[in-house]
Design a protein around this ligand. Structure first.
Ligand code: ADP
Ligand code: MG
Length: 266
């Protein structure tokens, strides 16, 4: 562990999806990420905002090691984890977790809440042989889910409850970095605030770093003291929340701010 380095260092990441051609349709290649760099300190929240298609999820998938960048480096805890040929080790997987936008798409519908939350613990050999029911119900309580729901299936839950299950699953391994890729974008506005406040509470309690990704600048402003603005595959501006809102340098940032309904900011 190196106290002086940021927890996450992202350096000059590039990713192009190749084009494809079938006999009836040709798809051009897509430059999804073009030279993205940023750092994230332990326990910090960085907001990443930008319109749909600007490359946010490609970047988060690269950080998680789900896809490989064409170029660039990812350092986690002073270790280069941009390994193009090897699978990540279990310890690294434990320390970086992700919560996706659509909990219904990312949770296994045939598994009960209990099994969904227990799965990462099982994989990592951290599920207690005795007392595992307590382990699961503790996690459920931390995310505000009644332990009575332990034997239900995702289809029986509301959207907000499903996202709480996704968060409990990510928390189970006590990660140091949580990547939140549009975690409230699929939820009703009234439920969004509950989930955002839950995420804030968990961060205070557990001192995790958050990379909080959203297309919605209001949500990012609420969550992140420091904000990076992404536009067409690049980070065009990074700054403190106040600076972004009062003295944005890039025209795209100013457009995002102008698009926020008046009564909701200022
Ligand atoms: P965001 O999360 O900001 O909406 P994405 O990273 O999902 O952006 O997408 C960035 C660009 O890459 C988009 O133009 C999208 O259509 C394209 N893209 C994403 N995934 C793939 C893929 N697997 N194959 C080809 N193009 C892709
Ligand atoms: Mg996305």
């Amino acid at each position: 562990m190196t106290a002086s380095l940021p927890l996450l260092i992202v350096k000059d990441i590039h990713k192009t999806y190749p084009g494809s051609q079938t006999w009836f349709k040709r798809r051009a290649e897509t430059k999804a990420v073009m030279g993205v760099s940023f750092t994230l300190a332990a326990g910090e929240t960085l907001g990443l905002v930008g319109e749909s298609g600007c490359g946010k999820s490609t970047l988060s998938a690269i950080l998680m090691g789900l896809i490989q960048p064409d170029q660039g480096q990812v350092m986690f805890d002073a270790r280069n984890i941009t390994d193009r040929n090897r699978r990540r080790d279990l310890e690294l997987c434990r320390q970086m977790q992700i919560v996706f936008q659509d909990p219904y798409g990312s949770l296994n519908r045939r598994m009960t809440v209990k099994d969904i939350i227990a799965e990462p613990l099982k994989i990592h050999g951290l599920l207690k042989r005795a007392g595992q029911d307590g382990q699961i119900s503790d996690l459920m309580e931390q995310v505000g889910l009644s332990p009575d729901l332990v034997n239900t299936y995702p289809a029986q839950l509301s959207g907000g409850q499903r996202q709480r299950v996704g968060i409990a699953r990510a928390l189970a391994l006590s990660p140091r970095l949580l990547i939140l890729d549009e975690p409230v974008s699929a939820l009703d506005v009234s439920i969004q605030a509950q989930i955002l406040n839950l995420l804030k509470k968990l961060q205070r309690e557990q001192n995790m770093a958050y990379l909080f990704i959203s297309h919605d600048l209001r949500v990012v402003r609420y969550m992140a003291p420091r904000i990076a603005v992404m536009y067409q595959g690049q980070i065009v501006e990074t700054g403190d929340r106040e600076q972004i809102f009062t003295a944005a340098r890039h025209a795209y940032t100013r457009r995002l701010i102008a698009a926020i309904p008046r009564e909701r900011y200022g």
